[in-house]
Design a protein around this ligand. Structure first.
Ligand code: UD1
Length: 341
């Protein structure tokens, strides 16, 4: 029997998770997904099948339920874990902080405890550039910067999550850990078969742009016009979701090589783009005029941040393949395909 390189992927039916599944399969891994679909669309497994040729194992469980999760560890031997399962709506986390602390931290602790108990050697955590808070003078952030002030309970769960991982590492445990600090994932699979399924009105920029262009929303508000940036709007590092997915594969491969036991790594393109630039790119690639207006600043927004991706480049040999134009085009294809479904 061929030894299967099983990877546990918690939250693998979500936006970044589902794209990572396709990248893992392509790299020869066997992903086993634990997801209860509370933040994902139930058509995702069949959509993944259209890309990879089979439906991977989806186990419908909540990672906050340790006994239930343990059954999965009993059933499979894992060479690694990618832990995506978490809530991610910044605004909701401010309204309901305990929901975020309970779910995001309990899920992480349960998964780590079982990783220790079952001797799973490698662990990749979904972190965020939110851990930097508002950067100082230098907007291109490196991993060695001190963690900033979290603008939301959601952000705080990422800061605390990283602290938990560091403490586990310091305790001398066998687990090799990489915390990937995502910048702003956008786009969709180039096939248009999977993409983002925002629940309700999206908070994020790209689903609002494409959703407005397709007519789901009347208009999009650009939050703030008077920031100290080139055109007065906030600057982010938008990264194609498939490039981000591939960073997870590279992270697992790196951990499997046994070269390091704890790393935090930025995953961004290294390029900042303003909101107006994103809108301009959208209008160019879609040939649709977007109905947008300026509105007040959104509380808690960071003005400008983008990745220094040298560490991902050199340590993981990871380089983004897609441009901002590609990302926006794929997001738009996805929005159009979804409407035709
Ligand atoms: C936010 C979080 C980030 C988190 C991510 C998860 C903050 C500071 N950051 O990223 O930690 O990982 O969500 O989803 O909260 N915008 C508009 N109009 C809109 C929507 C967005 O102008 O309708 C602007 C925002 O003000 C921002 C930019 O677009 O300047 C990007 O916003 P968004 O997509 O929400 O991402 P972040 O705020 O960067």
């Amino acid at each position: 029997m061929i030894h299967q390189r099983n990877i546990l992927v918690t939250g693998g039916a979500g936006f970044i998770g589902s794209h990572t599944i396709t990248a893992l399969v392509e790299a020869g891994y066997n992903p086993v997904i634990v997801d209860d679909f509370r933040g994902a669309d139930t058509t995702v497994p069949n959509r993944i099948e259209k890309i990879v040729g089979f439906i991977p194992s989806f186990v419908i469980k909540d990672v906050s339920d340790k006994a239930g999760l343990k059954e999965v560890f009993e059933q499979y031997t894992f060479v690694g874990i990618i832990h995506f399962a978490a809530y991610k709506a910044v605004g909701e986390s401010v309204q309901n902080p305990l929901k975020y602390y309970r779910n995001n931290l309990l899920g992480l602790v349960n998964t780590l405890e079982l990783a220790l108990e079952y001797n799973v050697p490698n662990f990749v955590f979904s972190s965020s550039c939110t851990v930097y808070g508002e950067p100082g003078e230098i907007k291109e952030v490196t991993e060695d910067l001190p963690k900033g002030f979290a603008a939301s309970p959601y952000g705080n769960t990422k800061i605390i999550g990283e602290d938990i991982l560091k403490d586990v590492h310091k305790s001398g445990s066998h687990i090799n850990i990489i915390s990937l600090r995502y910048f702003n994932p956008i786009g969709a699979h180039p096939s248009g078969l999977i993409g983002e399924f925002p629940i309700g009105k999206p908070n994020n920029l790209l689903p609002m742009v494409t959703g407005t262009a397709i007519g789901k929303f009347e208009e999009i508000t650009v939050f703030g016009s008077d920031y100290a940036t080139t055109d007065g709007t906030c600057i982010r590092d938008y990264i194609h979701v498939m490039d981000l997915a591939n960073a997870h594969v590279k992270a697992i491969e790196f951990l499997e090589s046994g070269k390091s036991s704890f790393e935090t790594i930025n995953v961004g393109t290294g390029q900042g783009a303003s909101i107006l630039r994103v809108i301009q790119v959208f209008e160019e690639v879609s040939e649709v005029k977007l109905n947008w207006k300026f509105g007040p600043r959104r509380p808690g927004d960071v003005v400008e941040i983008y990745a220094n991706a040298d560490k991902a480049n050199h340590l993981l040999n990871w380089y983004p393949k897609y441009t901002l134009e590609d990302s926006v085009r794929h997001a738009w294809n996805w929005e159009k395909k979804l409407q035709d479904d």
